[in-house]
Write a protein that binds this ligand. Sequence first.
Ligand code: AMP
Length: 270
Amino acid sequence: MILVRAIEDFRRALRDLPRPIGLVPTMGALHAGHASLVEASAKECATTAVTLFVNPTQFAPTEDLARYPRREAADVELVERCGGTVVFAPSDEEMYPRKTTEVRVFEVSELFEGQARPTHFQGVATVVLKLFNIAQADVAYFGWKDLQQCAVIRRMVEDLNVPIRLRFCDTVREPDGLAMSSRNGYLSPEDRAVAPLLYQALSRLREVAPSKLDAALKMERQSLERAGFQVDYLEVVDVETLRPSRTALALAAVVAAKIGNTRLIDNVRF
Ligand code: AMP
């Protein structure tokens, strides 16, 4: 296992390692969801590079950047256990000596998370394109847990002709259905107990006929609110465009809701 912090060292390490190279971008505080991405890459690629970088540009000033969990030593161990080859853990200064260029993906980034977090996907697209350019990997692995992020990255790769293959991996869940997230640690025991209701609501929506979805969405939103959630959005969308849809070839029910002080997102694809 190689741990590097400088872009030049990361590039040098990757130059000498066998292809195909799989890249797994993360913000660290790794859990079984991240592990599944590393394992998928280790299975399909000769070299697996994992990046640990809490990207400041995807956090708004009011968000949890300062208290976002950081546990590098445990992360490096997990990557090693899952078959990773290199960990790249740069400083903010290494990644952003200047901030004079940004990548902005229109349309797919505008609704849902884009409404709640207006500059979030600019930060994501910019850091992901930088990591793609730095690593020159063959394949990149992302989780469907962040479905809109997948759509934004796919669109960026298509629009900018980025030479990389994308693999999206299924959401790993706790036994009670809660999607694993580095932010689940913020939940109080009471909030943790109701958090699985999100996945239950999404799973029920998957079973609803298209003509009954509007009514079902209204009902599910109300029952989440009764359970104490502040629902930001609950919708059925086209997976590629992130526009509300009842008829697209690939649909997903998407939700964001606050319980206590913690904002959770989840989705289920149909
Ligand atoms: P993050 O560290 O939260 O930026 O996530 C890094 C990558 O792991 C992203 O592609 C996420 O979508 C993915 N990921 C996060 N949680 C899960 C999960 N529960 N199951 C699968 N992938 C996940």
